[in-house]
Write a protein that binds this ligand. Structure first.
Ligand SMILES: Nc1ncnc2c1ncn2[C@@H]1O[C@H](COP(=O)(O)OP(=O)(O)OP(=O)(O)O)[C@@H](O)[C@H]1O
Ligand SMILES: [Mg+2]
Length: 363
């Protein structure tokens, strides 16, 4: 069965789709965010959607669950015509979207209530909701935050709760709209693994909108959007190798592939590798077969000169810096514990850390 079908779908925010009051859907100043999309996604398929900023990915997602109505064309979801108002409740039950920004989808002040909100709305029985909360929190590794206040979570933690909220709905179609962008690498890997598992084991159809090629490689099929059109389509490992076309869409090759091509240009006999492991193997084999002298990067004596630092303006120094949210309350969270740090004036300073490690608090 087809899970999603788009037939010549156009959408313009200027005309406001069905909410348009002027009725002139093809007014000359209507620029189309989606421009004649034909798309068919089979039930159980895992499709990655790539594309530059503003190419129409989120618009495609919103149309799929009836948040927007096409300006022209027809959308069918799980056999239901999305153009018919009476089908929208059922379609929204079947299609769960995790949006880009978790703040846009937090509805309750306590984590478990927030996750329960979706299932409650579609009439899932009470005892079943409890089980779904357990499952969803476990899936995103947020069990210990079950009774926490949503507004007191870090960005990445909020995003995990948002993903849990959709998992608890057990939709037939799951759309992740750059939902892992705020997560740290481990968090991203865990969430993607859950999605892959749901896709494989429960045959949930997945539309994964992403800027990470390594995530797109996990899909059955990849689509590339450009200026409201689908301009490339095929197996991700094929699509992600088409450098010229990707560049035209303001996208780039996956990094391991870029490196393998650069090495080949430099005379090392390696084939295109799409991930770090394959690239490592390629390089090791190539070096076994062809002894080469690699340029001694470490011998280059080009000193990168930095303007001498002077003065105290812009200098940051902290000694034993600690910070606790809601001290002397049951919600006390120690966000910073004795940070010693010096940042010199004019320095370009990077801070890394897992979700909830205190980066934003420090800033
Ligand atoms: N609420 C809105 N009102 C008016 N125009 C909008 C609105 N949302 C998006 N657009 C426009 O529609 C086009 C497609 O936007 P869309 O959000 O679908 O892109 P996207 O591919 O999801 O981009 P990104 O990678 O930045 O999330 C863009 O030109 C954008 O400016
Ligand atoms: Mg978007």
């Amino acid at each position: 069965m087809e899970a999603i079908r788009f037939e010549k779908v156009c959408f313009s925010y200027q005309t406001g789709g069905a909410e348009s009051t002027d009725g002139d859907i093809f007014s000359p100043d209507a620029s189309f965010s989606l421009d004649g999309i034909d798309l068919s996604v089979e039930e159980g398929e895992f499709v990655a959607v790539l594309g530059h900023n503003g190419s129409g990915k989120s618009t495609l997602a919103r149309l799929t669950n009836g948040l927007l109505t096409p300006t022209a064309g027809k959308i069918t979801v799980m056999g239901l015509d999305a153009g018919e108002g009476k089908n929208l409740f059922e379609i929204r039950k079947q299609v769960g979207i995790v949006f880009q920004n978790p703040d846009n989808q937090t509805v309750a002040s306590i984590v478990e209530d927030d996750i329960a909100f979706g299932p409650e709305n579609v009439g899932v029985p009470r005892e079943e909701i409890g089980k779904r909360i357990d499952f969803a929190l476990g899936a995103v590794g947020m069990e210990v935050f079950r009774h926490s206040t949503t507004s007191r979570l870090s960005g990445g933690q909020k995003q995990r709760v948002a993903i849990a909220g959709v998992l608890a709905l057990k939709p037939r179609v799951m759309i992740l709209d750059e939902s892992t962008a705020m997560l740290d690498p481990r968090g991203r890997k865990e969430v993607i693994e859950v999605v892959q598992k749901l896709n494989k084991e429960e045959k949930i159809t997945v539309l994964l909108i992403t800027h990470f090629p390594e995530e797109a490689l996990l899909a059955d099929r990849a689509l590339v959007m450009h200026q409201g059109k689908i301009v490339m389509e095929g197996k991700p490992e094929e699509v992600l190798k088409r450098e010229e076309e990707l560049l035209k869409c303001s996208l780039t090759l996956p990094r391991p592939l870029k490196i393998s091509r650069a090495l080949r240009k430099g005379g090392l006999s390696v084939v295109d590798a799409l991930n770090a492991d394959a690239l490592g193997e390629e390089i090791a084999n190539a070096l076994k077969n062809t002894p080469v002298t690699l340029p001694a990067i470490w011998e280059r004596e080009e000193e990168i000169s930095v303007a001498p630092l002077s003065g105290e303006i812009g200098r940051v120094e902290c000694k034993n810096l600690s910070f606790t949210y809601n001290p002397s309350s049951p919600f006390a969270t120690h966000a910073l514990n004795g940070v010693d740090l010096e940042i010199n004036a004019g320095e370009f300073f990077g801070i890394i850390g897992h979700t909830g490690s205190g980066k934003s608090t420090f800033v």
